[in-house]
Structure formats: structure tokens, C-alpha cells
Design a protein around this ligand. Structure first.
Ligand code: AP5
Length: 225
């Protein structure tokens, strides 16, 4: 049985996907692709993709599938993803999940597990309202749960911390609606494939991380028997 780890992180906005991804890529030494980060970079660079994506992102809508799918298909075909990858924020729709499955099938590979971090809407609003990110490398903080040592300054590289434009109250509300309507159906999709693993995102960051690691260890053990 393959020891590849082809992982996807699912969950509502602010559930802690990025927070956990940063830890998991160190545990498993696999590349991490965040479509949100890729798109924010494209917007900051003013690339053609960024110009097309900006309006959707600012309003909390999803960027159309046709702008995203090729980015990810190319990413999983890249040589550095041969032993696995961690996708954070992709797929967000059933067509995106189908496109990923098709691309992997072409490489004789499959998704190993879909890691769902669950969090209720009220807590999502609390998480996103208090989130701050560093302008240089995107390191994440939370005003209540994970504050920087010095207000407004990144502990890791000293750069300025900002609030993301889509973390404003009206946009958060739209992002949640979009999640429930377009992304949540993926929970059933991966459950039906027997790939879904659920985690309680309301626990502390370390506890969530420990639970995911334990589940991955069990999964690897199951693969060897
Ligand atoms: P994206 O950047 O992917 O946003 P998202 O999915 O809404 O997720 P977030 O980054 O907001 O949250 P997260 O779950 O990573 O939480 P985090 O770890 O930061 O996408 C942005 C936009 O891009 C989309 O709206 C869409 O327009 C577009 N887009 C992206 N991908 C797309 C796709 N595939 N198709 C189409 N469009 C796409 O944590 C949040 C906060 O909580 C932080 O402050 C953190 O410190 C804190 N925290 C984390 N864990 C805990 C914990 N356990 N306890 C307490 N606090 C915690």
C-alpha cells in the first residue's frame, strides 16, 4: 500500500485550517498549497488571475472554478508533490473535488484523507474578527487566543500585523453563507468515499494538532496491515 500522504483540509472559514497546515507540513514534510494564499499573492502582484479574483474575494464569494482548478492540478503534478501534499482551501466545490480526483487518477494516485475541522458559526465570527496576519509572510495571530508579544507586530519577523479585508463583519457573514451552500456538500462527498476524518476545531490549537496527528498515525498503521 502507498505511503503517500495526499491530504486535504476542509472546514468553515476561520476553523484553523491554515494554523494546522503550518504544523502538519512540518510533521509530514510535504508541500502545503493554500489557494487563499495563492490568490492573495496574485492580487498583491496585480497578475491577470489577481485582477479577476479580487472582486470575488472582497465580497466573500468563491473565485470561479475555472480560475482555480488548473492552479491546483498543476500543483499536484509538480515533482515536489510526488510523496504527498496538503491542500488548504481546495476543493471548495464538488466540481473542484472532481477535477482533483481526475488529476490524481491520471497519476495513479488518490486522496488519502479529507481532514474536516468543524467549528460553529458563532465561533467562526469570533475567530475571524480577532485574526491578525503579518504583512511579510502571513504568520497568523488572534487578539484573544494567540496574541503577538507586542501589539501590531509579528513575533517572527517584526513586520506589521493587519486585519484581512475579508475579515470585516459583512464579508464574514457572506463567507459563512457561501461555505454552507457550496463547500459543505463536500463533507458528504468525502464521507461517501470513506475518506473523511472529523476534528473538533473548538479545542485549543495544540489539542487539534494532537488529534490530527493521532488520526494520521492510525491511518498509516491501517495501511500497513
Ligand atoms: P482562504 O484564505 O482559504 O479563507 P478561508 O477558507 O475562509 O479560511 P481562512 O484562511 O479564513 O481560515 P482558516 O481556517 O485557515 O483559519 P486560521 O488558521 O487562519 O480563502 C479566502 C478567499 O479566497 C475565499 O473567500 C475565496 O474568495 C477565495 N478562495 C480560496 N480558495 C478558493 C477555492 N478553492 N475556490 C474558490 N475560491 C477560493 O485561524 C483563524 C483564526 O483563529 C486565527 O486568528 C488563529 O490564530 C485562530 N485559531 C486557529 N485555531 C485556533 C484554535 N484551535 N483555538 C483558538 N484560536 C484558533
Amino acid at each position: 500500500m502507498s505511503q503517500e500522504l495526499n491530504l486535504i483540509l476542509l472546514g468553515p472559514p476561520g476553523a484553523g485550517k491554515g494554523t494546522q497546515a503550518a504544523r502538519l507540513v512540518q510533521d509530514f514534510n510535504i508541500p502545503w498549497a493554500s489557494t487563499g494564499d495563492m490568490l492573495r499573492t496574485a492580487v498583491a502582484e496585480g497578475s491577470e488571475l489577481g485582477i479577476k479574483a479580487k472582486g470575488f474575494m472582497d465580497s466573500g464569494a468563491l473565485v470561479p472554478d475555472e480560475l482555480i482548478v488548473d492552479l491546483i492540478v498543476e500543483r499536484v503534478r509538480n515533482a515536489d508533490s510526488a510523496d504527498g501534499f496538503l491542500l488548504d482551501g481546495y476543493p471548495r466545490t464538488i466540481p473542484q473535488a472532481d477535477a482533483l480526483a481526475e488529476a490524481l487518477q491520471g497519476l495513479s494516485r488518490t486522496v488519502t484523507a479529507a481532514l474536516l475541522i468543524e467549528l460553529d458559526d458563532e465561533e467562526v465570527i469570533r475567530r475571524l474578527s480577532g485574526r491578525r496576519v503579518c504583512t511579510a509572510s502571513g504568520h497568523g495571530y488572534h487578539l484573544d487566543f494567540d496574541p503577538p508579544k507586542h501589539e501590531g507586530i509579528c513575533d517572527q519577523d517584526g513586520s506589521r500585523l493587519i486585519q484581512r479585508d475579508d475579515d470585516k463583519p459583512d464579508v464574514i457573514k457572506n463567507r459563512l453563507e457561501v461555505y454552507h451552500a457550496q463547500t459543505k456538500p463536500l463533507v458528504e462527498y468525502y464521507e461517501n468515499l470513506g475518506l473523511l476524518r472529523r476534528f473538533d476545531g473548538s479545542r485549543g490549537q495544540t489539542e487539534v494538532h494532537d488529534h490530527i496527528r493521532a488520526a494520521m498515525a492510525t491511518l498509516r498503521l491501517e495501511e500497513t496491515v
